[in-house]
Write a protein that binds this ligand. Structure first.
Ligand code: PLP
Length: 435
């Protein structure tokens, strides 16, 4: 549970202080300063009454680590605090966070609107796998707010976008999208993975839920797959009558109504007590620990990621083998104004370039690097390279690939924290191989 952004007794702490201290304090029994890894499945009840009140959700506490665990809870509180949200729910992966978010909102036959420019795995999850739950999606170009408005139906339960889209250089107009969502009485869900709360604060622009793949910049070290859903606590789940999962009697808890009982913690309580309990996509305590360590250096890493990425993008823009670079840090980017508004500290470190030599050149480039690692991840301290059309986006049709900014000539870079001259030299070498 987070007190939104304030956690100091005497003052509201800054982002850097909160990324080190929010959600954690010295362990009370031993005084251990770093958060212990509670590698533990279950917790002893004081007596039968205590057990009963925990199971009835009348007392907060730990029962079983599929639902809650102290190390995971520390990360949940830290992430909620950094996003300026009311509560957080960590889970097994970024994809699990998307299932948890929609599971609370959707009934079979319901519908949501998602941006065409999303991580390819999300497009597959929403467009194919979610159909098995009878959850329908329309992918819409969110640069056109009127198109989003036109796609609304009485069954629409959410709008989903990435603040800074993966794979490259696209910034969503969060304020405009939040206004449409508000009119339709549905939440705006923002995947803030690529930006992190250091670069973008979606709740300040009217978003209602934030999802994360903590696998990326939040852990930053390439060790731990994980996810999180953060709730702003601001959405009224009762007003429209559209969200029975949060504002109607829950049979498994003797008819408890989450919104009536828990107010602005309704989503977070439901996500633990029903979502994690029944979907079982729990974050491991070790992964929560690794991610807590990552968050302690988030601002420093993001600053260097952004500075290196901007320099690399400028170099690539002038290279003869490169047709275009899609990076919101570049003065030439059509998303520059939105980046200045929503990402004032930097436009992230993941972006795409198009090679004049097409698909074949993409394959040669990823194979021509020495320093870059050719793999399917982003947000690591190491520089990473990927050819989406032959990997992450290969399940998509050619139209979907193009709409997602992942056509055959596209290469995605995630710029790491190495010496920037070394990064540029490696790309020079790889581009020479495409000739
Ligand atoms: N969202 C974005 C923007 C991503 O880049 C990814 C993975 O690359 C995901 C969600 C899914 O996260 P995970 O791989 O942790 O399930």
């Amino acid at each position: 549970m987070s007190d939104k952004k304030s956690m100091g007794k005497s003052r509201e702490y800054g982002f850097e202080t909160r990324m080190i201290h929010a959600g954690t304090q010295p362990e009370p029994v031993t005084g251990a300063r770093q958060t212990p890894i509670f590698q533990n499945t279950s917790y002893v009840f004081h007596d039968a009454d205590h057990a009963a009140s925990l199971f009835n959700l009348q007392t907060f506490g730990f029962i079983y680590s599929r639902l809650t665990n102290p190390t995971v809870a520390a990360l949940e509180e830290r992430l909620a605090n950094l996003e300026g949200g009311r509560g957080g729910t960590c889970c097994a992966s970024g994809h699990a966070s998307q299932i948890l978010a929609f599971f609370a909102l959707m009934e079979p036959g319901d519908h949501f609107i998602a941006s065409t420019r999303l991580y390819g795995g999300s497009i597959t999850q929403f467009g194919k796998t979610f159909k098995k739950f009878d959850w329908q999606v329309d992918f819409v170009d969110v640069d056109d707010p009127e198109a989003v408005r036109r796609a609304l139906t009485p069954k629409t339960k959410a709008i989903f976008v990435e603040s800074l889209a993966n794979p490259g250089g696209v910034v969503s107009d969060l304020e405009a999208l939040a206004a449409i969502a508000r009119e339709a009485e549905i939440p705006l869900i923002v995947d803030n993975t690529m930006a992190t709360p250091y670069l973008c604060q979606p709740f300040d622009w009217g978003a209602d839920l934030i999802v994360h793949s903590t696998t990326k910049f939040l852990s930053g070290n390439g060790t731990s797959v994980g996810g999180a859903v953060i709730d702003s606590g601001n959405f009224d789940w009762t007003a429209s009558g559209k969200f029975p999962g949060l504002a109607a009697p829950e049979p498994a808890y003797h008819g408890l109504n989450f919104h009536e009982t828990f107010g602005d913690m309704a989503f977070t309580m439901q996500a633990h007590a029903v979502g994690l309990r029944d979907l079982g996509a729990t974050m491991a305590p070790m992964h929560a620990f690794q991610t807590l360590l990552g968050t302690e250096t988030l601002s420093l890493r993001m600053e260097r990621h952004c500075a290196n990425a901007k320099q690399v993008a400028e170099f690539l823009e002038g290279h003869p083998a490169v047709a275009w670079v899609s990076c919101a840090a570049l003065a030439s980017s059509p998303y520059r104004a939105l980046a200045e508004k929503y990402l004032p500290r930097g436009a992230g470190s993941v972006f795409t370039l198009g090679l004049k030599g097409g698909y074949e050149a993409g394959v040669k480039m990823v194979e021509g690097c020495e320093l870059f690692s050719h793999l399917a991840n982003i947000g690591d301290v190491r520089s990473l390279i990927l050819h989406p059309a032959s990997t992450t986006h290969r399940q998509l049709s050619e139209e979907q690939q193009a709409a997602a900014g992942a056509g055959p000539e596209v290469v995605r870079l995630s710029i790491g924290l190495e010496t920037v001259e070394d990064i540029i030299a490696d790309l020079e070498l790889a581009l020479a191989a495409t000739a």
